[in-house]
Design a binder for this molecule. Structure first.
Ligand SMILES: Cc1cc2nc3c(=O)[nH]c(=O)nc-3n(C[C@H](O)[C@H](O)[C@H](O)COP(=O)(O)O)c2cc1C
Length: 353
C-alpha cells in the first residue's frame, strides 16, 4: 500500500493518512469576517484528508488583507466557526486554523477606521491589492513600535485561544507568502535597528515570540508553522534566506511543535534537505506536488506528510481518487475567491464510491 494511506503522528494526533489539505483563502466570509455557513459543507466534503489546514484567518481586524476573508476575533466569528469544525469532526477529520496576519499586504479600506497597515518597517510593498473597489496601490505601512509588537503577539495568543474554543484541533502560524511574520524575517521589509531587526537572531525574534504565545495557549503539540523560503511573493526580498531559515528551524526544539510545513516554489536550494534533519516534529512538504512526487517524498523520507492545495480544492475526495487512480478534476481559477457555492461546494465526488 502506498505510504500516502498510512497513519502518521502529528503532535498529539494520529492522522489516518498522510494527505494534508493546504490552507487556501476562499473569500466566502462576510464583511464582518464571519465565515459562511457554506464553509461547513466545503470543509466537511474534504474531511477525508488526514488533516485540513483552514484558509488564512486574521487574528485581529488589523491583520486582514483581503476582502471577504474570515477572522477569529469576535464572538460572532467564533460562533460561526463552531459548526464548521463540528462538521469536519463528524466525518472523522481533523482541522487546524491558519493564523494569517497580512501586515503590510493590506489596504486602509479594509482596516478598522481606515488604519494604515502595520509592518516591521515603513517600507511600501510594490504592487497592488484587491479591495472592495478593485485593485489599488499598496500604501506605506506604519512601523510597529515595540509596545505595538507586544500587542500583536498578544492578539495571536488570544486568537489561538479562541480557535480552540471554536473547536479547532490546533493552529498553524502562517509565516510564508510575504505576510507579517515573513516581513519580520526578511531583510528587505525589516529595516529595524532594534532587537527585532538586523541580525538573524533579531529578525526571527517576532516569529519566536508568536510561537511562544501560541504554544502557551495550545501546547506545542497543537501548533504548526508554515514557511516558504525564497518564494518572493508579495515583494519579499531576502538577502540571506538559507541562514535565516536554518537558524529559525534550529530554534524550534524549545517549542516542541506538532509540525513544520515547508512549501517550496522554485527555490534555488533544496530546503527540505537542509531543514528536515534539523526539525524533530512531523515535516510537511507542499508546493506543486502530484501523487507520484508526493509518494516519492514519503518513500525517500523527505516528508512525513504531504500537502495538496488546488488538487484538494477541485477534488473533495482526493484521497479516494488517489487510491483508485481516478482522474483529477481541474481547479477553476475564476471561482477561487468569488462568493457562493460555485467552484466551492459543487466539485463532484467520484460517482462510484
Ligand atoms: C486559492 C488559493 C488560496 C490560497 N490561500 C492560502 C492561504 O490563505 N494561506 C496559505 O498559507 N497559502 C495559501 N495558498 C497556497 C497553498 O497553501 C499552497 O501552498 C499552494 O497552493 C501550493 O500547493 P498546490 O500546488 O498543491 O496547490 C493558496 C493557494 C490557492 C490555490
Amino acid at each position: 500500500m502506498s505510504a500516502l494511506f498510512t497513519p502518521v503522528q502529528v503532535g498529539r494526533y494520529t492522522l489516518r493518512n498522510r494527505m494534508v489539505m493546504a490552507p487556501m483563502t476562499r473569500s466566502r466570509a462576510d464583511d464582518a469576517g464571519v465565515p459562511a455557513i457554506l464553509s461547513a459543507t466545503y470543509y466537511a466534503q474534504r474531511a477525508s484528508a488526514g488533516l485540513i489546514i483552514s484558509e488564512g484567518v486574521f487574528p485581529t481586524a488589523l491583520g486582514k488583507g483581503y476582502v471577504r476573508t474570515p477572522g477569529i476575533e469576535t464572538e460572532a466569528q467564533v460562533a460561526a466557526w463552531q459548526p464548521i469544525t463540528d462538521a469536519v469532526h463528524a466525518q472523522g477529520g481533523r482541522i487546524f486554523l491558519q493564523l494569517m496576519h497580512c501586515g503590510r499586504i493590506s489596504h486602509p479600506s479594509m482596516l478598522p477606521g481606515g488604519a494604515s497597515p502595520v509592518a516591521p518597517s515603513a517600507v511600501r510593498p510594490k504592487g497592488q491589492i484587491w479591495t472592495a473597489t478593485g485593485p489599488q496601490d499598496m500604501v506605506t505601512p506604519h512601523a510597529l513600535s515595540v509596545a505595538e509588537i507586544a500587542q500583536v503577539v498578544e492578539d495571536y495568543r488570544l486568537a489561538a485561544r479562541r480557535a480552540l474554543t471554536a473547536g479547532f484541533d490546533g493552529v498553524e502560524l502562517h509565516a510564508a507568502s510575504g505576510y507579517l511574520p515573513e516581513q519580520f524575517l526578511s531583510s528587505g521589509s525589516n529595516q529595524r535597528e532594534d532587537v527585532y531587526g538586523g541580525s538573524v537572531a533579531n529578525r526571527t525574534r517576532f516569529v519566536r515570540e508568536v510561537l511562544a504565545a501560541l504554544v502557551a495557549e495550545a501546547g506545542g503539540d497543537r501548533v504548526g508553522l508554515k514557511i516558504s523560503p525564497e518564494m518572493h511573493f508579495n515583494d519579499i526580498v531576502e538577502d540571506h534566506p538559507q541562514e535565516t531559515y536554518t537558524y529559525l528551524v534550529e530554534q524550534l526544539p524549545e517549542f516542541d511543535l506538532a509540525y513544520l510545513h515547508v512549501a517550496l516554489f522554485g527555490a534555488q536550494v533544496d530546503y527540505h534537505a537542509l531543514l528536515k534533519p534539523r526539525f524533530h516534529g512531523a515535516y510537511l512538504v507542499g508546493g506543486g506536488l502530484d501523487q507520484a512526487q508526493a509518494e516519492a517524498a514519503l518513500a525517500g523520507q523527505r516528508a512525513d506528510a504531504v500537502v495538496f492545495g488546488s488538487a484538494f480544492l477541485a477534488n473533495p475526495d482526493l484521497p479516494e481518487r488517489f487510491r483508485v487512480g481516478a482522474a483529477l478534476q481541474a481547479p477553476d481559477k475564476d471561482t477561487f475567491y468569488t462568493p457562493g457555492a460555485k467552484g466551492y461546494t459543487d466539485y463532484p465526488f467520484l460517482l462510484v464510491r
